[in-house]
Design a protein around this ligand. Structure first.
Ligand code: SAH
Length: 465
């Protein structure tokens, strides 16, 4: 077979890119043989070096752009190729949105074999930059110069790439990193070394409440003692009057997990406040909180619109995290029942209900696929179910219980169109019809695609909003 492969490893070729893969890589053909080329775009003619050859496809490295695609733009970040955090910065933003819509359509057709679903244009951001409210930067030391490095890991490695600024993060991070480096230098503080397990500073982790401006800074340390702690606090506070919380997180384990179990407040509060819509959230270092608050509000408003609540409904919010969607819907529903597998998140959810004076919500800890069948057997019924599962989608046991409950409407929030398509197929085979999908761009410049889908029971196959 191998003799039919027209490309060879380490050889150079010219080729046209005709489409894009799901990770944002360019796809083209050399003598009818598929080649994936990261950072290449449909419409580019390129020079490529083949780096990996498989039986039915190959991977290439972009060497030169012979003639660029008309949709190619200068990436805002000079480190874009090295960092790998943003896969699409070289693609004009309107085209990024088209690509994400197409990804949803392709998955619905290919995996779900679904037809007649309206897929709307993706809702993008008017300013698709500096949108993230959470940053976690690894801290290391350059082997040659012995300088402290703070930045991002290069793709698939633990080599730190330094950047002056990250264009999808809040600008305050630049100042915080500068102060951290200075404090480490002043006090001879070593960065943590993964190989030896020695050194103190592992990560600097920040959160910003976009509505309130409040800033949290978490220093993740391998050990408890912080040399010249007062100076660290002063230097971090000097970055902004909005710094409200400085925390030490202790992580002494040899692990890739960033945060350890223990948090110590070094200065200020143990949490910060933010709002989505008019719902208030208390955010601590460990809390799960959506990273793009502006688009989260757009997404939840769409979910609310699809739920079409009149005030008489019982709503299940499954995979509810810290209760963000539950609380968002509670004011419009008779009752909301949230289910989430992480006990700490449910603690946060209950706390969040309290600080918002919302008392028509109930939260359960556990797997949705265990709790919902049980509630069904006990005779519980929901009028509307919202699901917001992780990438792997919903368990069939759960979808089956929802179908048996004869829930009228399902609002499916998905961060993975392929599992959404699979789950929609499962539901269509049990008497449901997916009506429309609204992609919302939660992660501009990356290939991640988020959407919300309205599904109704077949005999209600119309939009009753
Ligand atoms: N709806 C929330 C969180 C969505 S993220 C928000 O918008 O903020 C998905 C959540 O599902 C995570 O909090 C994760 O802990 C939870 N989860 C994962 N598997 C689960 C399961 N089997 N049952 C219930 N929750 C689960």
């Amino acid at each position: 077979m191998t003799k039919n492969i027209p490309v060879k490893k380490n050889e150079y070729y010219e080729m046209d890119i005709h489409s894009m893969g799901h990770e944002g890589e360019g796809v083209g053909r050399i003598e009818n043989f598929t080649v994936f080329v990261p950072h290449a775009l449909p419409g580019d003619r390129i020079k490529v070096k083949i780096v990996k050859v498989k039986s039915s496809y190959a991977y290439g490295k972009l060497i030169d752009i012979i003639s660029p695609s008309e949709n190619r733009v200068n990436p805002m970040c000079p480190m874009h190729v090295k960092c790998g955090g943003c896969q699409l910065q070289h693609l004009a933003y309107p085209e990024q949105l088209k690509l994400k819509k197409q990804k949803v359509i392709d998955n619905l057709e290919r995996i779900g074999k679904l037809e007649n679903i309206v897929v709307h244009d993706a809702i993008g951001m008017s300013r698709p930059e500096r949108y993230r409210n959470k940053a976690q930067f690894p801290v290391g030391t350059d082997e040659a110069t012995k300088q402290i490095q703070v930045g991002f890991y290069a793709p698939k490695s633990h080599r730190i790439i330094e950047t002056d600024t990250c264009y999808i993060q809040h600008k305050i991070n630049d100042k915080i990193i500068t102060q951290l480096k200075l404090w480490m230098k002043n006090n001879n503080v070593a960065s943590y070394d993964e190989n030896t397990g020695k050194g103190l500073v592992r990560h600097i982790f920040t959160r910003v409440g976009f509505k309130t401006g409040e800033i949290m800074v978490v220093l993740v340390t391998n050990g408890t003692h912080i040399p010249n702690k007062e100076q660290f606090i002063d230097m971090i506070r000097s970055t902004s009057a909005d710094v409200k919380s400085i925390i030490q997180n202790i992580n002494t384990k040899a692990t890739n997990v960033i945060l350890g179990q223990e948090n110590r407040v070094l200065w200020g509060s143990d949490s910060i406040i933010d709002y989505i819509g008019d719902v208030k959230f208390n955010i601590s270092p460990m809390s799960f909180y959506q990273v793009n608050p502006v688009q989260t509000e757009v997404l939840y408003n769409k979910a609310l619109e699809y739920a079409g609540l009149k005030g008489t409904e019982t709503v299940f919010d499954l995979y509810c995290g810290i209760g963000t969607i539950s609380l968002f819907l509670a004011k419009k529903a008779k009752k909301v029942v949230g289910v989430e597998i992480v006990p700490e998140a449910i603690e946060d959810a209950k706390q969040n209900a309290k600080i918002n004076n919302i008392d028509n919500v109930e939260f359960y800890v556990g797997a949705a696929e265990e709790i919902i069948p049980r509630l069904y057997k006990q005779g519980y019924k929901a009028d509307v179910v919202v699901v917001d599962p992780p990438r792997k989608g919903c368990d069939e046991v759960l979808l089956d219980a929802i179908a048996k409950m004869q829930v009228e409407k399902i609002v499916y929030v998905s961060c993975n169109p392929s599992t959404l398509a699979r789950d929609l197929r499962f539901l269509e085979d049990r008497g449901y019809k997916a009506i429309e999908v609204q992609p919302v761009d939660m992660f501009p410049h990356t290939s991640h695609t988020e959407c919300v889908c309205l599904i109704v029971r077949n005999d209600k196959g119309f939009r009753d909003l």
